[in-house]
Design a protein around this ligand. Structure first.
Ligand code: SF4
Ligand code: SF4
Length: 174
């Protein structure tokens, strides 16, 4: 197969572009424009004048992050009235997960109306991309992403795996 080579000419730079000073100056202009616009907004509002709200810096982690109502946070598995998992081990969430980070094993349910239930249910949050597909796929509304936890770092990859009792809230994550 013949290889087609398309030469691409290098863009030529002017002397002004090569010394970068003008570009640095342009960047600083943008920074200072934002600084003074925000300063003036805060100053005008502080004396009771009408002005758009100025940008604020959040002092995270001292000030906890305020998450939107629709934010997808750490997963949570819901329970039935008797405390057993609502999950029927249909494996739809495991199948649809693009990160392949859900691993479920099933067992027979003692409830005659429910065929299966989860024996183990692990989610590796170190691999999860928080897409929410597992929540959407669940036919029995057994999995939510509303635990309101986003600080999920750990010193080991193994500790990023959340198990069934931890996801159901029966055991605290170490
Ligand atoms: S949020 Fe997405 S990536 Fe994470 S477990 Fe659910 S389906 Fe998988
Ligand atoms: S989709 Fe729902 S019921 Fe099915 S295995 Fe996942 S959590 Fe369980």
């Amino acid at each position: 197969m013949a290889v087609i080579v398309r030469p691409v000419s290098r863009p030529s730079r002017t002397f002004r572009e090569q010394i970068y000073l003008w570009e640095v100056w342009r960047g600083l202009l943008v920074t200072f424009r934002h600084l003074f616009v925000n300063l003036s907004r805060h100053a005008r509002r502080s004396v009771g004048l009408a002005a758009p709200e100025g940008a604020v810096t959040v002092q995270y982690p001292e000030d906890p992050a305020v998450l939107g109502k629709r934010a997808r946070t750490r997963h949570r598995l819901l329970k039935r009235g008797d405390g057993s998992p609502r999950c029927t081990s249909c494996l739809l969430c495991e199948t649809i997960c693009p990160a392949k980070c859900i691993h479920i094993t099933a067992e027979d349910s003692p409830d005659v109306l429910v065929e299966k239930r989860a024996k183990t249910f692990d989610i590796d949050l170190g691999l999860c991309v928080f897409c929410g597909y597992c929540v959407e796929a669940c036919p029995v509304d057994a999995i939510h992403m509303d635990a309101n936890e986003v600080e999920l770092s750990s010193y080991s990859r193994k500790d990023m795996i959340w198990t069934l009792p931890e996801l159901m809230g029966d055991k605290k994550k170490q």
